[in-house]
Design a protein around this ligand. Structure first.
Ligand code: ATP
Ligand code: MN
Length: 462
């Protein structure tokens, strides 16, 4: 059976007989022999293979081997004389599965721009950078499940199709099975949704939180980890139309417990990635952003800064820096403000709590003076908001009032309100944008390069 290259590079011993399978990254022909580097995606580094001219069908095989070709090599491991690798394979046989015509294969040895690579989304995962990104992304996902499972959280699957516009977030994708060429109309000339698949307007979910709350009221501690959709027409480097979100929800938990969990959570993920993907992380540090390793160390070893929104506003007003957007109690923090706090002032992840009631969602717990709600945002250097969370309003009368004040109809939230009627408890949770995390971890500038198949305005190929 073929062996994974990452394992052979770590533990392979001279004289071992091995078979490997993968794709050719480079080929060098010498007199009487050739070198190829084979990569199977299991690590950044490939395994060097020496093919001597006495290998069966040498001339023909070497001709077919070019960058991108798929191969199987059997041979023995030998100590490498060249620099850069401990061992290499001395081939006994080489078979080519598929060639890759060098005239047309788009991934040549030179460096390609990320924009160009997005246009060849079906091939870009074979590059060093995207390979490293998707290995780190996988490690982050593993760490997330590990963290929650070790603490007894249940992974719950919240729906992707929904009839509730979660927080009045707007920007939802409508889902319909109506024939758009012949839309049934009501007498008032509106769309007759009673004829649609679900009998009412339906959307792709923007968050699983409300349903996660239902599950937390039965299992105490739960989390969701699934796709989320927002039809935001903002062509930024931090927004996707389809992204993954992690949303833990804890019963019998207040905002302090929520912050403690979020901080331990981020530390755990960074530690796991540093332990399992050190070469990839070193690559990002060397080639993408030279603060990647220092940031990871910073997260793992330092306590996060915690301050209230009110204190944050005071600090921003004192800052010897001019901001584009105004700083005033009651206005939401803009990305430039968030970055000033986390990047320039505290130089580490910063948790801002207790935001003004008017700028936050109806389900956040109202404080006694009613001016603020028990919300918390975790701001990360370079990225800005990475986690948004809150203690939830568990008091029925206040929640009903807050829904009304935001112009929403309590009747639409009957089941959400029922949770406060039957066995209500203080509870809290947060949402982590998974791609924002991977972006932060790797230093990648554009969020479209940390998800295999990015969806953004006018972009849905592959
Ligand atoms: P932002 O102000 O950056 O648009 P938001 O306030 O809309 O974020 P939330 O509704 O709090 O975000 O969503 C929870 C988390 O999901 C955010 O903290 C962020 O990490 C992530 N997120 C939100 N929108 C997007 C998006 N369009 N693409 C990728 N991640 C997103
Ligand atoms: Mn947004």
């Amino acid at each position: 059976m073929a062996r994974r290259i990452v394992e052979l590079l770590r533990t392979g011993q001279p004289d071992e007989s091995v078979t490997i399978q993968g794709w050719v990254r480079t080929k060098r022909e010498q007199k009487g022999f050739s070198f190829i580097e084979v990569n199977d995606g299991s690590s950044m580094a490939g395994l060097q293979v020496v093919i001597n001219q006495d290998v069966p069908r040498y001339e023909e095989t070497i001709k077919r081997l070019s960058t991108g070709a798929s191969v199987e090599v059997s041979g023995v491991l030998v100590p490498s004389l060249g620099k850069g690798q401990r061992i290499e394979v001395k081939a006994d046989s080489v078979s080519v599965f598929g060639e890759a015509d060098p005239e047309t294969y788009p991934l040549q040895k030179k460096r390609h721009s990320f924009e160009f690579l997005r246009d060849i989304g079906h091939l870009r995962s074979r590059t060093n950078t995207l390979g490293a990104v998707f290995r780190v992304r996988n490690a982050c996902a593993t760490a997330i499940h590990q963290f929650f499972q070790e603490r007894g959280f249940l992974w719950v699957h919240t729906p992707i199709l929904t009839a509730s516009d979660c927080e009045g977030a707007g920007e939802m994708f409508a889902v319909t099975s109506l024939d758009l060429k012949q839309v049934p109309m009501t007498e008032q000339k509106g769309v007759d949704y009673s004829k649609d698949f679900f009998g009412k307007p339906t959307y792709l979910t923007v968050s699983g939180q409300l349903e996660a709350e239902i599950m937390a009221m039965a299992f105490s501690n739960v989390y969701t980890f699934g796709p989320t959709f927002r039809a935001e027409n903002s062509n930024t480097s931090r927004h996707l139309a389809e992204f993954w979100m992690v949303e833990p929800e804890m019963a019998f938990c207040d905002l302090e417990g929520d912050m403690d969990l979020a901080e331990a959570f981020l530390k755990h993920i960074f530690q796991h990635v540093m332990d399992t993907c050190p070469e990839d992380m070193e690559f990002f540090n060397a080639r993408i952003d030279n603060s990647v390793l220092a940031t990871a160390e910073n997260i793992i070893h330092n306590e996060f800064e915690r301050l209230t929104y009110t204190d944050a506003i005071a600090l921003l007003q004192k800052a010897d820096k001019t901001f584009e957007y105004p700083v005033e109690w009651g206005l939401d923090l803009q990305s430039e403000h968030e970055r000033y706090l986390a990047e320039d002032l505290f130089k580490k992840p910063t948790i801002v709590t207790d935001y003004p009631t008017q700028i936050k969602a109806f389900y956040m717990r109202l404080s006694d003076d009613e001016k603020t709600v028990r919300a918390m945002d975790i701001l990360a250097p370079k990225i800005g908001e990475i986690i948004g969370g809150s203690q939830r309003e568990e008091r029925l009368d206040i929640l009903e009032r807050r829904i009304q004040q935001q112009g929403l109809d309590p009747a639409d939230y009957w089941w959400y309100l029922d949770l406060r009627r039957y066995g209500t408890v203080p509870h809290a949770g947060f949402g982590l944008g998974f791609e924002r995390l991977v972006q932060f971890m790797t230093g990648m500038g554009n969020i479209r390069d940390v998800i295999p198949f990015p969806r953004a305005p006018l972009s849905v190929e592959f």
